[in-house]
Design a binder for this molecule. Structure first.
Ligand SMILES: [Zn+2]
Length: 410
């Protein structure tokens, strides 16, 4: 399956300026098309006819010759993708969302087809436009900080908020990554647990505990999530409130903005790392061959704004919604889980999870479970259990009940 490896690159100041210049030109072309399409002065003709208009664009702006031609062509593929998404949404009847103009402060990702790149050791050469004396900028020489995969397709160059540049290599994992020659510590990779072919593990995904699992053998798994929200949020709020008291674009304002970006990037990275580890655990280390989770689109965790709310309710709503929208990141977690399951050959099932937290798994009676109640106490049968575990058992039972009868493997 196709995977992507993102590697940090180091470039000289001059080469960084070249990359910035090229992305600016590519974005210009993209935005020019988007604006034309939006006000109706242009129609989207498809990739190949659009490519033919490139000559006209070059006449209009001769500086485009300084950009590597393949990068300009990639702009049309990107536009085509954006337009296709728009038409699909129109057809589905959901909010259409016309392709947007790319803002100037963001780096417009440059996509190189892999076959035009030269890699020697950790040295990567990224071509620029023109030839001979028409070459405006020399090719960009980037130093890779990690070993790239041996057979790669496209390579995308991007930049983060701190001004670090990255190359993302798309590769097929059927061909193994080359092992780096030297390594200070030899890390032993934990072996995959012995697979139980008919095994089922059902997971309840939550905020306090990222995932709680229950297996057909009656075992529980507990996977804790990222813990440092408060630590980061406190810093972020402080920096932002200080920044908002400064004059816009003043030196102090810019400094605090940079600081803010830095902290939020740290927080994001920590969280992503945590999600990777947790989903890897579920897809690779756990012995059961089928993983079941509840369908999250039905989950109502967000508190809606009331007509008349007192300050306490308001604060509660703000904290909760920040947790759900900003910090939980469940969508990306499920995405990671899905691809890792495919990669390690497991089945991922998503089932309707309505009322799984409210229902008692033993007697099926329901009661309200506000988020602060961590323990499920059944008034009917006297069951006392952790709420997440009860919910995991419910998901498991619901999945098993819905399964078609299987023929045992011989
Ligand atoms: Zn009960």
């Amino acid at each position: 399956m196709l995977l992507c490896k993102k590697i940090k690159i180091e470039v000289s100041e001059r080469d960084a300026a070249t990359l910035e210049w090229m992305q600016g030109k590519c974005r210009g072309l993209y935005n020019w098309w988007v604006m034309g399409l939006r006000d109706g002065s242009k129609r989207w003709p498809g990739v190949n006819p659009a490519k033919k208009t490139l000559a006209e664009s070059r006449d209009h702006d001769p500086e485009l010759d300084g950009v590597y031609g393949k990068l300009l062509q990639e702009v049309f593929f990107r536009l085509d993708g954006a337009m296709a998404g728009f038409f699909r949404r129109v057809q589905e009847g959901s909010a259409p969302g016309f392709p947007r103009v790319k803002p100037r402060h963001r780096f417009f990702t440059l996509r190189y087809p892999g076959m035009y790149l030269k890699v020697q050791g950790n040295r990567l050469e990224l071509p620029t436009g023109g030839r001979g004396r028409h070459k405006r900028f020399p090719n960009v020489i980037a130093t890779l900080t990690e070993t790239p995969p041996s057979h790669y397709g496209d390579v995308a160059v991007s930049r983060d908020d701190q001004g670090n540049y990255f190359c993302s290599f798309v590769y097929d994992d059927a061909q193994p990554l080359p092992q780096p020659r030297k390594r200070k510590k030899t890390r032993t990779k934990k072996a995959q647990a012995a697979r139980r072919e008919m095994g089922i593990a059902a997971f309840d995904l939550g905020i306090k505990q990222l995932a709680t699992g229950y297996t057909d053998e009656g075992r529980f798994y507990r996977i804790g999530g990222f813990r440092g929200y408060r630590y980061y949020n406190k810093q972020l709020d402080k920096v932002r409130s200080r920044r908002d008291r400064c004059k816009k674009k003043s030196r102090r304002y810019l400094k605090l903005s940079k600081k803010y970006k830095h902290i939020s990037e740290q927080k994001r990275r920590k969280q992503r790392d945590c999600h990777h580890k947790a989903s890897h655990l579920m897809a690779y280390r756990v012995a059961e061959s089928a993983v079941v989770i509840g369908d999250l689109s039905q989950r109502q965790m967000v508190i809606k704004k009331q007509e008349q709310e007192n300050p306490k309710e308001r604060r509660k709503r703000q904290i909760r919604n920040r947790l759900v929208y900003n910090d939980w990141g469940l969508y990306s977690f499920v995405q990671m889980l899905a691809y890792k399951c495919v990669r390690f050959g497991k089945d991922l099932h998503v089932i309707d999870e309505g009322d799984t937290t409210k229902m008692c798994h033993a007697c099926k009676c329901k009661q309200d479970m506000p988020l602060w109640k961590r323990t499920y106490r059944c008034e009917n049968c006297g069951l006392v259990m952790d709420r997440d575990e009860n919910s995991a058992i419910n998901i498991y039972q619901r999945f098993v009940a819905g399964l078609p009868p299987h023929t045992p493997a011989i």
